[in-house]
Design a protein around this ligand. Sequence first.
Ligand code: HEM
Ligand code: NAG
Ligand code: NAG
Ligand code: NAG
Length: 508
Amino acid sequence: MAVAVVYVFTILLSIILTWFTLCVRKRQVGEPPLENGWIPFLGVALEFRQNPLEFLRSKQRKYGDSFTCKIAGNFFTFIMDPFSYSAVFRQGKNLDFQTFAIETSRKVFGHADFNDPIYNRNYKEIHALFRQTLQGPALHNLTSSMMENLQTVMLRNKTSEWTTEGLQSFSFRIMFEAGFRTLFGREEKPSEMENIEPKKFQMTTAMDNFNVFDRAFPEIAAGFPIYLLKKAYTAREALTERLQHKYLKKNHGLSALIERRMNLFDQMPYLDELGKARTHTAMLWASQANTLPATFWSLYYMLRSPEALKVAQTEVERVIQESNQKLDKMKKTVVLSKEQLDSMSALGSIIDEALRLSSASIMIRVATENFVLNMDSGKNVSIRKGDRIAMFPQMIHMDPEIYENPTEFKFNRFLDENGQKKTFFYKNQRKLKNFLLPFGSGVSECPGRFFAVNEIKQFLALVVFYYDMELKDPATPVDIDCSRAGLGILPPKHDVLFRYKLKDCISE
Ligand code: HEM
Ligand SMILES: *[C@@H]1O[C@H](CO)[C@@H](O)[C@H](O)[C@H]1NC(C)=O
Ligand SMILES: *[C@@H]1O[C@H](CO)[C@@H](O)[C@H](O)[C@H]1NC(C)=O
Ligand SMILES: *[C@@H]1O[C@H](CO)[C@@H](O)[C@H](O)[C@H]1NC(C)=O
């Protein structure tokens, strides 16, 4: 017995020693300080995941503006100095985003490998569609479609009673359905014209499936096989089932984005029908996963601040009066053009401030060669092939030197003295180019960012216009759930109750 223990002990000890002598990476000349962590493979993953902001702040105090950490088998070099972000964005030559992004997305959505040459040429075309169909002139169509869909969903129930609901539940269900219809269209049924609810059950199911799948997203993206997460897998497959071309083709009001993606996928002989549908599930996720919590926070902070709510009401009234629309129950819907939305700078500031407080995305690039990164300070940092460069903009968003009292919501933080969008922010008396990055930047910048801000603005304008609203308990703040840090907009830890009521002149 004792002999066996000695054997086991010896074997373990030699494994550990081998690991330390052979497998532990050593810092080389010119490389940033290195933190291997003490757990084989995982490195500092646990510490990092627990609280990325605090982890990075403590390493920054120890090492300065760049350092390398081992996280789950990969080496990440963090760039902490916001003035050096541009140096990374400019390094297109030695840094890859797409290969890495498609790999991650494949793990989660199970779609085809678009890095494979048999798809690659078409994939470039598909990628180019984002800009063509989500920005510029195309945004007008999306905007008016979203405006209509939001009101269809909001005005289905014209009761004049006060209704109590979770604020998250309220904003998620309205935005999910309206956003879904705006991209993927809707089944045309005559009853829909009557503002009755023919599809409630299906849309509720889709929304439930989306939530179940989205809750498991962090584990799946981190590499946990989705096949082992039964509920998430079933939910994803159910969403995908409904997004097959045979159903989408029957829908009315498909967005140009989805219509043109469908055309391109139909020209790809190696892609089967479910394979096409999986890419649509990925698109559905991209269009909703961040937008929903961002909408929640925008509405939540607006309602919590009487000043913000007042300013928003004044702005909405001004814009609606300017366009000669009255609060009138005979009128089917309110129309706000894209130009009018653009002119609503107070709502814009409320949204930007909500994004600043809730965004925790991480920007990642993979080094395709050994190369030297020239930091803004003049320092040069050697990066090894295969390593990742990472930027965590929450460090900027929560920097008290850039944003005074950074954890506080200030509705007018992004307004200048003329009430216009403020674009000057400073650190060390230097003007910052990158001060608000909820949408990423460089090659991976979110192509839906203009549409996203527009749709949240539309939502805020319409709820202010249609409803009287109050939070049940405005004094108690709701905490942010940090467990999804790295993946985008963080959700609240729990829902908060509020009550709302259609204004008397609208209700029936
Ligand atoms: C508040 C809402 C949103 C936020 C905060 C947001 C944020 C982001 C971020 C940070 C990325 C880059 C991910 C990375 O670097 O790995 C991204 C990518 C993307 N977003 Fe958004 N997004 C939002 C809404 C939308 C909407 C409404 C759409 C479309 C309708 C959309 C479509 C996309 C697409 C297609 C990509 C991938 C782009 C690529 O592969 O190059 N997003 N988003
Ligand atoms: C906008 O919609 C109109 C009418 O549905 C269509 O003719 C036009 O091509 C669309 N524009 C864009 C840029 O998608
Ligand atoms: C409309 O809302 C009221 C109040 O919440 C609710 O009692 C009623 O059942 C709803 N009506 C419909 C048709 O959903
Ligand atoms: C960093 O590299 C650049 C050329 O890439 C060089 O001009 C500069 O002198 C180097 N800086 C330092 C501090 O070594």
